[in-house]
Design a binder for this molecule. Structure first.
Ligand code: SF4
Length: 468
């Protein structure tokens, strides 16, 4: 039997009910464990690239620029510059003699050609090593071209994906506070941490419209540079994917005294709760807002619940596993599966915090495996051990599920159907139903993962073996 949990990762895996709750997290990934996480640069790219009217230039070898709109497509209602992927394509001679001239030429030519509202210039590993003066070049081009040119300090080796989120937030914060705010309504919010992968931000904005709340800036799905510049005029920040954008909310709170609320637009419970939280925040300014919000939720639910009933009947007792980037989505998915009558056997995230895992521990059933920063070996063995009917994750989790003959629901990169809002819950139910109940599983029986029960292993033994 092959071992599947490294001894060094033991404290990042918890089985609810089998031991007192304690979990390590927010650590560097274990070498040799092949983490599902991306690098710092990718973390910053995920957050920033949905800003649709900016130039996104990756300063580094062409391979770093592989993470493009094609891997995770964020929809735009207007400009589509974010769908283009630009790189300075550093070569050996640039590494030896420096890449600043090449960066200057790439930036000036691109700005002249595509006329963006701002430019983000991402630093990659090699740029950090050779020491190109990214911010010096950006300042020079900004002076010459008259648009914000913002360096993103996202060298891949600087930490884990969370460090990339922080670099993105610091980059965006340079734009905030530079636009006019005179005409902004006192009932206004910024939407942080939604990336509009399948048009979700438009669903949520429509709910706020019906409540009488204006949205100043989408940060960052369907985002615009000019909106970000005015974001300091909003009365409230709503933070969904807290891992990716909470640092920006905190900076805006410190600098502009804008409070923030953590919300989620996935699932019925969290969607309704988020709208009520916003209504409660503005109730002194607008005494009617709570009534309008209740009516909105009532209308949506009266349409949704009868349709969900059939799916619930068919899915009752089926088992799910969840592994996502940010933990907020995991909370909502646990509740959404419960609403469908299903159990969650495994739940984990790439970048969860201590508070996140405490919350997951509270809302899950005994026996659930909770895991931080997992890897394919662990995930495969957990899926097999729990014999789940569906696995929810992103582009890197899909092959794990299919190799084992398990149904998969993409809740991230390749999603084409909106899964947020009340209508999103219905879409989710449909997708889970058609995946779990598909006749294809009669012809593709479950395959054996490497082991039948996850065991601990010691990465040091492996390293010694390699050395010897
Ligand atoms: S780890 Fe470094 S070299 Fe690799 S993709 Fe990230 S920035 Fe590029």
């Amino acid at each position: 039997m092959t071992n599947t949990i490294f001894a060094e990762r033991k404290d990042q895996v918890h089985r609810k009910g089998e031991e007192p709750f304690q979990m390590a997290c927010d650590k560097e990934s274990l070498a040799g464990a092949v983490s599902q996480r991306a690098c710092v640069f990718c973390g910053s790219r995920v957050v920033l690239y949905p800003i649709t009217d900016a130039l996104h230039l990756v300063h580094g070898p062409i391979g770093c620029a592989a993470y493009t709109w094609d891997i995770r497509g964020a929809l735009s209602s207007g400009p589509e510059l974010h769908r283009h992927s630009y790189s300075t394509d550093l070569q050996e001679s640039d590494v030896i003699f420096g890449g600043e001239d090449k960066l200057y030429r790439a930036l000036t030519q691109l700005i002249e050609r595509i006329n963006p509202k701002a430019a983000f210039v991402y630093s990659t590993c090699i740029v950090g090593i050779i020491g190109d003066d990214l911010s010096g070049v950006c300042k020079k081009v900004e002076r010459e071209k008259g648009i914000p040119v913002i360096p993103v300090e996202s060298e891949g080796f600087k930490g884990n994906k969370r460090a990339g989120y922080n670099a993105a937030c610091r980059a965006m914060f340079q734009l905030v506070g530079t636009g006019p705010i005179d005409d902004i309504s006192p009932l206004s919010v910024n939407i942080l941490g939604d990336f509009n992968l399948a048009g979700e931000i438009w669903i949520v904005r429509e709910y706020f419209e019906r409540m009488g709340v204006k949205v100043v800036a989408n940060i960052t799905g369907d985002g615009r540079v000019d909106d970000l510049r005015r974001a300091h005029g909003a009365a409230l920040n709503l933070v969904q994917c807290s891992g990716s954008t909470i640092d920006l909310a905190k900076m805006m709170k410190d600098e502009y005294k804008i409070p923030f609320l953590r919300v989620s637009y996935f699932g019925v419970e969290d969607m309704a709760d988020s709208l009520y939280k916003v209504a409660d925040f503005f109730k002194d300014l607008d005494p009617e807002i709570m009534e309008r919000t209740k009516a909105l939720v009532r209308d949506e639910l009266s349409e949704l619940y009868p349709k969900l009933k059939e799916y619930r009947k068919a899915l009752k007792g089926k088992k799910a596993a969840i592994y996502v980037g940010g933990a907020f989505k995991a909370f909502s998915l646990v509740k959404a599966f419960r609403l469908l009558g299903m159990t969650v056997e495994l739940v984990g995230s790439q970048t969860g915090t201590e508070e996140d895992y405490k919350e997951l521990h509270e809302i899950t059933d005994p026996g659930t495996i909770i895991v931080d920063d997992s890897n394919p070996l662990e995930l495969s063995s957990f899926l097999e051990e729990k014999d789940v009917d569906i696995f929810v994750g992103g582009v890197k989790e899909r092959p794990i599920a299919y190799k084992l003959g398990v149904g998969f629901c993409d809740h991230n990169h390749e999603r084409k159907e909106a899964l947020e809002g009340f209508v999103g819950m219905l879409n989710f139910a449909k997708e889970v139903y058609s995946t779990v109940m598909s006749p294809v599983w009669r012809f593709t029986p479950r395959k054996q993962a490497i082991s039948s029960k996850p065991q601990e292993m010691d990465v040091c033994h492996e390293r010694k073996a390699i050395k010897n």
